[in-house]
Design a binder for this molecule. Structure first.
Ligand code: APR
Length: 245
C-alpha cells in the first residue's frame, strides 16, 4: 500500500468517527450491528427524548459507559498519538501541527496519548445540569437505571449526559473552523459522512487547499470530496501508513 507523506510543515487535521473505536469493541451507529439497529435515535438521542423519558436516555448512556470503560485503545488510536508526538517534535511547538476532532464520546484517543483534541459531540463520562444553570460539566462514571437514582445539580435539576444530541449545536465549532482553515492535510477515519456539520469538514478543507484522505473499510457517503481513499480497517492500515519528511 502506498504511504501518506506528511511534510514537517504540514498542518494535519484529523476527524474521527465511531469506526476508529470499532476494533476496541465499541459499536458504531450505522453498521448492521450498530447502535441505531437496536435503538431509535428519537427515543434516546434528542432533547425531546430527554423530556419524555430521562430514565431510558440514561439507560442507553449507562450501557455505553459500561462498554466504554472496558474498552482499550487500539493501534489506530496509538498511531495518531505517535503522529502528534512526531509533528510536535519537528515543529518544537506543542499543538501547532496536529489537531484531532472526534465525533466519538469515548476517551480512547486521550488514553492512547493524544493531547490536542476536541470532542465535538461531547463526552460519555461527563454530565451537566439539564436546565443549563451555568455550572460547568462534571466527571461522572455512574450508571442510572431509574429516575430516582439520576443525580441532581446543586440547583436541583437532573443531571443529563454531556452529549450533543440531534438538534443541538456541536461543541467547539469556532476552534474547529480555525483549524480546518489552516490545515494542509485532512485525515478522516471511520465515519460514514452522514452527520453534519462533520460530514462537511472535508469539503471546507479541500476548498481551503488541503489534501483530503479517507481511511475506513468502505467508502463514506461523501467519498467524492476526498483526494484519496484508503480502504481497510483503521487498526490494520494506519500502522506504517504515514511517512514524515
Ligand atoms: N476502521 C475504520 N472504519 C470503520 C471500521 C474500522 N475498523 N469499522 C467500521 N468503520 C466505518 C464504517 O464503514 C462506517 O463508515 O465506520 C463508519 C461508522 O459510521 P457511523 O456508524 O455512521 O458512525 P459516525 O460516522 O461516527 O456517526 C456520526 O452520528 O449518531 C451520531 O453522534 C453520533 O457521532 C455520531 C455521528
Amino acid at each position: 500500500m502506498q504511504s501518506i507523506e506528511i511534510a514537517a510543515n504540514d498542518r494535519v487535521f484529523v476527524l474521527t468517527g465511531a469506526g476508529i473505536s470499532a476494533e476496541s469493541g465499541l459499536a458504531t451507529f450505522r453498521d448492521s450491528d450498530g447502535l441505531w439497529s437496536g435503538y431509535r435515535i428519537e427515543d434516546v438521542c434528542t432533547p425531546e427524548a430527554w423530556d419524555n423519558n430521562p430514565e431510558l436516555v440514561w439507560q442507553f448512556y449507562s450501557a455505553r459507559r459500561e462498554n466504554a470503560e472496558k474498552a482499550q485503545p487500539n493501534p489506530a488510536h496509538r498511531v495518531l498519538a505517535e503522529l502528534e508526538d512526531k509533528l510536535d517534535a519537528k515543529s518544537g511547538q506543542v499543538g501547532d501541527r496536529f489537531f484531532l476532532c472526534t465525533q466519538n464520546v469515548d476517551e480512547l484517543h486521550e488514553r492512547a496519548g493524544t493531547r490536542n483534541l476536541v470532542h465535538m459531540h461531547g463526552e460519555l463520562f461527563m454530565s451537566r445540569c439539564s436546565e443549563g444553570c451555568g455550572k460547568p460539566p462534571i466527571a461522572d462514571h455512574a450508571r442510572y437505571d431509574s429516575k430516582a437514582e439520576i443525580s441532581r445539580c446543586s440547583c436541583r435539576a437532573m443531571m443529563r449526559p454531556h452529549i450533543v444530541w440531534f438538534g443541538e449545536m456541536p461543541f467547539e465549532m469556532d476552534r474547529i473552523s480555525r483549524e480546518i482553515n489552516r490545515a494542509t492535510v485532512m485525515l478522516v477515519i471511520g465515519t460514514s459522512g452522514s452527520v453534519y456539520p462533520a460530514a462537511a469538514f472535508v469539503r471546507w478543507a479541500r476548498q481551503a487547499g488541503a489534501r483530503t484522505i479517507y481511511i475506513g473499510p468502505e467508502e463514506p457517503l461523501n467519498a467524492k470530496e476526498f483526494t484519496r481513499i484508503v480502504l481497510g480497517k483503521a487498526g490494520e492500515v494506519l500502522s506504517g501508513l504515514f511517512v514524515i519528511d
